[in-house]
Design a protein around this ligand. Structure first.
Ligand code: GLN
Length: 252
């Protein structure tokens, strides 16, 4: 996954004099980035441009890559396949609105947090039964497989508070399941739920926007400090030079 690009040495370089005639080799690594690109506004397909992946995370990692001098190749995976893919070396990092959790820290290393995005509770727009979190008793939760929303729903089920948890692959499937009555409520990241509502008004509504506070990080394989340092240094730089704020402005 590391590409070598030949860069000719500078003619006036004093170092060049020691190994005359030799070309300097500068490493320009290409990192494979795993993502589940059905998660607007963080990563999603641009319908107007041959389904290219766009979003907040995409702009942010591109800015960091430019700052740190590396290339990116995207790999589209299901959300619950991302950590195994990182562990097996199929991908070099995860950029997928992934929440930093203590449990995940046991399997991967996270960068510094790059945005706060907590969990929200939402129901079908015409649901009058669930008005707040106290009304979910005995109800069916629909969540994204492998997500923190799923973990939260599992907790509620274990506590005996809710009846059932249905796991689906993408947030769009979850929204549909509330529409067709397969589930009563969803637990998902607030900015993403908001994004779905702005795209499809009157399908679902938020009844609690502060179920749990969370932060996203980029994940690398445990012990890959070289890449982790680049991500943290790049993040710091794009925050300092105003690029981060521009990206924020663009998507929120
Ligand atoms: N932030 C949530 C999590 O990390 C959901 C992420 C996602 O679906 N892309 O579990």
């Amino acid at each position: 996954m590391v590409g070598l690009v030949a860069v000719s040495g500078c003619a006036d370089s004093t170092e060049g004099a020691t190994d005359e005639g030799a070309e300097e080799l500068e490493e320009v690594p290409t990192y494979i980035v795993g993502t589940e690109p059905y998660f607007p506004p963080f990563e999603y397909a641009d319908e107007n441009n041959s389904n290219e992946i766009i979003g907040f995370d995409v702009d942010l990692i591109n800015a960091i890559a430019e700052d740190q001098g590396f290339n990116i190749e995207w790999k589209d995976l299901e959300f619950d396949a991302l950590i195994p893919a990182l562990q097996s070396g199929q991908i070099d990092m995860i950029v997928s609105g992934m929440t930093i959790t203590a449990e995940r820290e046991e399997s991967v290393d996270f960068s510094d947090p790059y945005i706060n995005a907590g969990l929200a509770l939402a129901v079908a727009a015409d649901n009058d039964e669930i008005q707040d979190v106290d009304d979910i008793q005995g109800k069916v939760a629909v969540v994204q497989q492998g997500s923190t929303g799923a973990a939260k729903a599992d907790e509620l089920k274990e506590e005996g508070l809710i009846e059932e948890v249905v796991y689906l692959a993408h947030v769009s499937d979850i929204v549909m399941s509330l529409q067709n009555g397969r589930g009563d409520f969803m637990i998902n990241d607030l900015p993403v739920t908001k994004s779905f509502i702005s795209q499809n008004p009157d399908v679902i509504k938020i009844v609690d926007d502060q179920m749990q506070s969370e932060s996203y990080g980029f994940a690398v394989k445990t012990g890959n400090t070289e890449l982790l340092e680049k991500l943290n240094a790049g993040l710091e730089n794009v925050k300092a030079d105003g690029t981060y704020d521009e990206i924020m402005e663009k998507y929120f």
